[in-house]
Design a binder for this molecule. Structure first.
Ligand SMILES: O=C(O)CCC(=O)C(=O)O
Length: 296
């Protein structure tokens, strides 16, 4: 089996990897249904990841600081290299096995924890805040640096994606990386699973799974990229203006404004689209609060 279009940048399949669909094994698909996540597997070489990391960090250096606010989101509209990455055949094949052949990217979100910073992510379900009515949203969480227990890897509560919806409290804690510092109380940490993700690997998780992460206690940045894939029949309940990028197949529904592909980094057409669409998204995320800027 080969992966067309991947070239030498990607790892070859391992002998034990027997696919059922386009990429995932039957067991991986079953586990996703039962547990709400697929444990990490290789999607790119460390060379490719280091290249992406240095492009990201050159941008940060040029602007004099880390990404903040709307810069953390929908960067596939700003950077050609990220627009290409979200279309990686191996990733799309895995997503297709879970949500079908027509695929949109709703967002790309950076989760960067600075070395030895107190930043953390409290227990939460994404499904409670984004206004997307699908239960088929899949997040592909890619590591650009090692996500380990020490660096504050993601933790998930297996099976929590099948409900019930868990009550959240908006805490607005200064070190909480979530928009509202929203938090599910009383989670039994003993039931949680650590998702350690090596550089170049990705873990997949479901829209409604409860997840969290602790602070980074290492001397390197913990850099995670969360790509949100949805099927085109998804509807946005909180806005008529929401947008998404078609990355495979056909959009027969037109529920999202089609996003342009940047022709090169900081392509003015796509940058302007990013500005407008990020404002739409910010309003969705902070819906029902007094915030009119990004908090984190
Ligand atoms: O990267 C993390 O620690 C949290 C990520 C997260 O909450 C998400 O991708 O929805």
């Amino acid at each position: 089996m080969s992966f067309p279009g991947e070239g030498p940048l990607y790892y070859p399949e391992t002998p034990e990897h027997t696919q059922m669909g386009k990429f995932l094994t039957e067991k991986q698909v079953e586990d996703f249904g039962a547990n709400g996540f697929v444990p990490p597997f290789s999607v790119a070489t460390t060379d490719l990841m280091q290249g992406m990391r240095s492009k990201l960090e050159s941008f940060e250096q040029a602007q004099g600081g880390a990404l903040r606010g709307s810069q953390r989101f929908k960067n596939h509209l700003l950077f050609k290299w990220l627009s290409d990455f979200i279309r990686t055949p191996r990733i799309l094949d895995a997503v297709e096995d879970l949500i079908g052949p027509d695929i949109l990217v709703w967002s790309t979100d950076w989760w960067i924890k600075e070395p030895r910073s107190p930043q953390f992510v409290s227990w939460h379900q994404d499904s409670q805040y984004w206004g997307l009515d699908s239960d088929r949203l899949v997040t592909v969480w890619v590591a650009l640096s090692p996500a380990t227990v020490q660096s504050g890897c993601m933790r998930v509560l297996p099976g929590s994606h099948v409900g019930p919806d868990l009550a959240h409290e908006d805490t607005y804690h200064d070190d909480n990386m979530l928009t509202r510092g929203q938090e599910i109380g009383g989670v039994d940490e003993n039931l949680a699973v650590n998702l350690e993700v090596a550089t170049g690997e990705a873990a997949l998780f479901a829209y409604r799974i409860a997840h969290a992460s602790h602070p980074n206690q290492t001397d390197d940045r913990r850099i995670g990229l969360a790509i949100r894939y949805i099927p085109p029949d998804t509807r946005q309940a909180y806005s008529d203006e929401d947008s998404a990028a078609l990355v495979r197949g056909v959009d027969r529904f037109g529920n999202f404004k089609p996003e342009p592909e940047p022709r090169y980094d900081l392509d003015p057409v796509a940058v302007e689209f990013h500005r407008e669409s990020e404002e739409v998204r910010r309003k969705i995320m902070y819906r029902g609060t007094d915030w009119n800027t990004h908090r984190t």
